[in-house]
Design a protein. Structure first.
Length: 191
């Protein structure tokens, strides 16, 4: 059996070693959202289990200013977790059959041509889902439809002032603008 494959009752199974160079690396170059997050990693969830990322939901300081030799008040933060890739989430899958005759008789590298076209189409669909996905039918809920997301309201054609307002909201929410990214359709950017 080739390296990077394993087997189960229904046939071969792709492992991360096989998928990363064939699918994830090209998607990372093609997808606007994945390209904007250079620290994005593939989470290897054992057995397909959901990935759980711990987070602090609430952290309060109970009167931190204390005189000398006085007891420091204890405060317990409230912990939470963000569940990524729940088992109920649908996967993005595509399939296209290519005949041996077409592969043999084509002047160019038709496999690469079809593969690149698929990567582009998958990247556009991932970007759409990551940004504006509704989450209906066990699909991805995009950034614009997440709960607790701040939004600059009433913006038609964005101006520099609108962008500054959004950056101000980010900083007011203790976000770091160094790690922020602007996602904008070309039609909005050139309007």
């Amino acid at each position: 059996m080739p390296s990077g494959y394993s087997s189960d009752a229904i046939g071969g199974v792709l492992t991360p070693e096989r998928v990363i160079p064939v699918l994830y690396d090209p998607l990372g170059r093609e997808s606007v959202v994945l390209r904007a997050t250079p620290a994005a990693n593939i989470f290897d969830a054992a057995g397909g289990a959901p990935v759980r990322v711990p987070r602090i939901a609430a952290l309060a300081l109970a009167d931190p200013w204390r005189a000398e030799n006085t007891q420091i008040a204890e405060v317990d933060p409230t912990y939470d977790e963000l569940t990524l890739l729940p088992t109920s989430l649908k996967s993005l899958k595509v399939l296209h059959r290519l005949s041996n005759e077409l592969a043999r008789n084509s002047v160019g590298n038709v496999e690469r041509l079809v593969g690149d076209a698929f990567i582009g189409a998958i990247a556009r669909e991932l970007d759409r889902a990551f940004l504006v996905g509704t989450g209906s039918g066990n699909t991805i809920t995009g950034l614009a439809n997440q709960t607790g997301v701040q939004a600059v309201t009433g913006v038609g054609t964005p101006t520099v002032d609108d962008l500054h307002d959004a950056e101000g909201m980010l900083m007011a929410g203790n976000g770091d603008p160094i790690y922020a990214a602007w996602f904008m359709a070309p039609r909005s950017f050139t309007a």
